[in-house]
Design a protein around this ligand. Sequence first.
Ligand code: DQA
Length: 139
Amino acid sequence: KKLIIINGPNLNLLGKREPEVYGHQTFTEYLDLLRAKFPAATLEYYQSNIEGELIDKIQEVGFTYDGIILNAAAYTHTSVGIGDAVKAIQTPVVEVHISNTFSREEFRHQSYISPNAKGVILGFGLQSYDLAIESFISF
Ligand code: DQA
């Protein structure tokens, strides 16, 4: 299976950023573990802090890949454009969040991704990504 993890703004700072919320591990360290755990999958990784670049990437992979694991970070709660991109493509998208966005501020309860996602996994720390990959491989 050809899968891609797409991470949005500030997720390049994982490990350094609010570790009490997002943990101490960097994403690249975690990615190595994921690739070792799922040798049958091709696991690509893309991160951008720029809304339009995230839309470009979703469009680029969205008609050929088997799955997209998308953490649009803050854009989840603001971006009609990313929501529309998820709706426009054919590849199924699993929305993930590291934190439980429903136990946080009210503005994090809204998602423009969820209505067009195959499913949503949140609140399990970095393991949320693991579970999302599992969902593409097991079902
Ligand atoms: C996040 C939750 C968002 O509300 C926040 O803006 C992020 C990260 C998460 O993975 O928990 O940057 O998507």
